[in-house]
Design a protein. Structure first.
Length: 92
């Protein structure tokens, strides 16, 4: 009964916290790079961000509806064929 401990409580799980440090050199380097990009005209910040999530939801819904319509049509065709076969077998 080595695995069964009646009066001992489990130790809490620890976590690893990695602190984030501020570096002035990196900040100055980013500012210089940004200033140089502006001087050369290479900025991408001029273009506004336009999310396309609305279009993605609309397209996914369209695909789902068309797939369900196709499956419904297949079921109707199969049912019609089975009814025709049963009609010819039982009434002729």
């Amino acid at each position: 009964m080595a695995g069964f401990k009646l009066f001992s409580t489990p130790k809490p799980k620890g976590f690893r916290y990695k602190p984030i440090y501020y570096s002035e050199q990196k900040e100055e380097m980013r500012e210089r790079e940004e200033r140089i990009r502006k001087e050369l005209g290479l900025t991408d910040k001029d273009k506004p961000f336009v999310p396309t999530i609305k279009g993605q939801f609309h397209n996914a819904r369209k695909r789902k509806l068309s797939a369900s319509r196709q499956s419904n049509i297949r079921i109707l065709i199969i049912l019609f064929i089975l009814l025709l076969i049963s009609y010819f077998l039982f009434f002729r």
